[in-house]
Design a protein around this ligand. Sequence first.
Ligand code: GLC
Length: 545
Amino acid sequence: MNHKIPLRAAAVAMTLAACTSTSRAPEPAYPEKDRAAEAQRLLSGPGWYRHAIFYEVYVRSLQDSGGDGIGDLPGLTSRLDDLKALGVDALWLMPIMPSPFADSGYDVSDYLGVNPDYGTLADLDALLAAAHARGMRVMLDLVLNHTSDRHPWFLESRQDRTNPRADWYVWSDTPSSPTIPCGPIPGFGNGAWTFDATRGQYYFHRFGAAQPDLNYWNPDVGAAMLDVARFWLDRGVDGFRCDVVGLLHESPAGCDMIPETQAYIRRLRTELDGYPDRAMVAEPAGFGSTAPFFGGGSDMFQMAFDFDFLFPWPGWIAAGSARPLADHFAALQQALPPGAQSAIQLSNHDFARNFERTGGVSFRWRRAAVIQATMPGTPFLYYGEELDLRPGTQVVVDDRDRARTPMPWSDGPGLGFTTGTPWIAFGADAARTTVATERADPGSAHAFLKGLLALRRGREAFGAGSLRILEVDDPSILLFLRESADESYVVAVGMDETATRSGVAAAARLPGDAQTLLGTASLVREGDAARVTVPPSGFGIFRVR
Ligand code: GLC
């Protein structure tokens, strides 16, 4: 298959092939709904987050408005229409609070303000108003586990052992504690304890030494953070992405999602539920089931990131077999309580760019995006994914900066991102992969993703429908059925990158014949069975009811 075939041209070619084919019956055309009205319905009300497309923004790198080379909130506001045109419904902003920037904002020194590099509280209010006017939502990153070592709470705590905030952090006479069997998070140094000469004790930190852990065994700490959450909810933010939220409490019983941490999350949820239509997504601290983040399904998080997909997908997609993908999503459905919604990412600010993880093979990312858009869960895009952005080489804060380079919007110096000098160099090939160029090219990553997101829009089955994996006798083909009350869809994704593959799902029991919506695969119902044929690296999305 030629992956540069423009989508629309491919669709035309498919239609022509269907018209001229003598052996195949014409495809059905199911009655179409008003998808815009459906999208409006699905995106209103408490279940909105199941149907939204989220977009993670590094404000520093999205759009500069002031010419200082640093992206900011007014810049982001000026790009809302571009994001909406792509199909984005909700933003997650990486931390925007004041920060000494030891960890790109994940070291907060004031929980109730805006980093002056990014603007002011008034700029945030303007962003919220502009987003809401467009039917878009905005989530903030909430860093509950630790503060900056320059936060006034820590500056006070370190003074001596008797000050009012003496036990707001975790202190010990030795670089260890019998009650804290927890080491540093990989990649954040060799030890979890750092000596503070002023206080004459060691403080505990799972991340960098500039990110001391708060002591959640002190109820005042938890209460202060609930105040922080209320402050932003009162301002109108639509919810939070909660940073490494499983790590709040440590005890001899463990370091991650111990019962006291779960209890705190329930309190946070109760606060959130005091406001209409808000949602939270949990960031797990590592691999493993996300079930603990959901509690009974309605008392903890609405969503949790599926790292068990985010980490391995590039290997799975390239390995030739559909088995790991089918097993993963089937097992996840089994494990999660009713009401739980997985948050599906292909990359984020902590990962190398998809381009790097797929060896620059764009159709691997494209097939993964099809899975992200159609498997149970909510897609979370990372800014620049729509351009298949290349990694950068410059490092300003740490090597994750390679995936945090400025967004190239258009031609000219500064590539539409800034009129000044960008805070970090653009990634490779940025001038050739701007939003403007990709928008003009129907075969581009941008056009592909836009088409895919448009297809998902207003179709309840993808955001909230059931999943049935359809077992195919060819192990290279992933085939599954998504169903809502009145519609059914089948998705086929091929794992063979060199040959056309064909297989039969003997027990598919499709409710109707296949109408092709997107892609070059074909699906033919044969009684209870279905025959699926997928060109190399191909896929297909079909309506079957
Ligand atoms: C989360 C963030 C990461 C940050 C860390 C510490 O994992 O995604 O960027 O460094 O927490 O806050």
